[in-house]
Design a protein around this ligand. Structure first.
Ligand code: GTP
Length: 367
């Protein structure tokens, strides 16, 4: 009997011991996190997960996503001018004063004198002949006439198709501060998003920081930059090195950034002409893009003419269109130079560069 009582007591003690010594169970769903960064266990010795280099490369936005987002931004800055025109056209009586106001509105939007007069004359004729009063009809009339000025028939495609054994070469020129380096960086992203192998050439050797800036843009998307460590190095030689490196590494496109900081027009002509000639010893230059700041108005037009004399421009990049209601500059520049606007910059963000599309541009202004 005593033996049985002793055995039962031992059993009770053992069970109690087991219960008391067991670790507390986590509540369902776990505890709220209380760890700090130092508690994160290291993966394989000394490399933490976040240190893996692949995760630092950015994936640029696709052209489709970019266009939809930037269309809104263009409308925000330029809609005022389009809406103003529609209000004037909808007046009960459109007299000469109203036509003068319409012309002023167009001039204020930097459309240029010739294009403004032409648009007013065409609108006058059509409003008189058709006797249009209906707002929807007036809008479609304005849309048609503006579209004719922006000219949807121009070839705005970027020549970035490589030839056998040779990359396509794009030379980017313009005065300092207009957004050249930023544009080269953004364009590299557009091309990377299209699965192209890109090489950058930092031929803006006036400022070491310009090459650093370009290199940073490239590194974000895994694109190499050819540069000189020497400030004031010969830009033509850096451009040549970039193109030959592009050939050796079988790149699809080489983008060459240049300096715009020259004391005089003759110096600029000599330098740009030389950069182009020296590149052509290695490969053909497919595009010469002139970058113009849309906020500079007539000044931008004067600059454009100087550059066009120095080198054959094949396309215009109009930057900072997000910060101005002067979208009419597109028409003035195309007419002045006879060269299409191919790309537009609509912000400082890395994916704020879009191909120019005449229909979308006019719709953003008047819709
Ligand atoms: N809002 C806005 N800012 C822009 C745009 N493009 C460039 N910028 C800004 O313009 C400034 C000048 O740009 P850069 O690319 O350094 O100009 P750059 O022509 O290379 O100048 P230099 O190297 O001095 O010759 C920067 O602050 C850019 O962020 C744009 O489309 N919109």
């Amino acid at each position: 009997m005593w033996i049985l009582i002793a055995a039962a007591a031992v059993l009770v003690l053992v069970v109690l011991g087991v219960v008391l010594l067991r670790k507390p169970r986590a509540p369902k769903g776990g505890y709220a996190g209380t760890r700090d960064i130092d508690d994160i266990p290291e993966v394989d010795g000394d490399t933490a997960l976040e240190d893996r280099p692949v995760s630092t490369l950015e994936r640029p936005e696709s052209a489709r996503g970019r266009l939809a987002r930037l269309r809104g931004r263009l409308a925000k800055s330029n809609n005022v001018f389009g809406k103003g025109l529609l209000v004037l056209l909808s007046r009960e009586r459109i007299d000469q004063d109203t036509w003068d106001e319409i012309e002023d509105t167009l001039l204020m939007a930097d459309l240029g004198t010739d294009a403004s007069l032409e648009l007013v004359e065409n609108l006058k004729k059509r409003v008189r002949v058709d006797g249009t009063k209906d707002p929807a009809e007036l809008k479609s009339l304005l849309r048609e006439e503006m579209l004719a000025l922006v000219d949807p028939s121009l070839d705005r495609s970027l020549r970035t198709e490589s030839a056998p054994g040779k990359p396509a070469v794009v030379l980017v020129v313009g005065v300092n501060g207009v957004g050249k380096t930023t544009t080269v960086g953004k364009l590299a992203r557009v091309l990377v998003a299209e699965d192209k192998d890109v090489m950058l050439g930092a031929a803006d050797t006036f400022r070491a920081a310009a090459a650093d800036q370009l290199e940073t843009w490239g590194a974000r998307v895994g694109v190499p930059t050819v540069r000189s460590e020497q400030e004031g190095a010969d830009p033509a030689s850096v451009a040549y090195d970039a193109v030959t490196a592009g050939i050796q590494q079988e790149a699809d496109v080489v983008l060459v950034d240049t300096a715009g900081r020259l004391q005089n027009k003759a110096g600029l002509m000599d330098q740009l002409g030389k950069v182009k000639r020296v590149i052509e010893k290695a490969a053909a230059v497919d595009e010469v893009l002139l970058v113009i700041d849309a906020t500079t108005g007539q000044n931008g037009m004067t600059q454009a003419k100087v550059f066009a004399e120095a080198v054959d421009i094949t396309g215009i990049v109009l930057t900072k269109l997000d910060g101005t209601a002067k979208g009419g500059i597109v028409v003035a520049i195309q007419r002045g130079l006879g060269v299409p606007v191919k790309l537009i910059g609509l912000g400082e963000g890395p994916d704020d560069l879009a191909p120019f599309n005449a229909e979308q541009f006019v719709d953003a202004i008047i819709d």
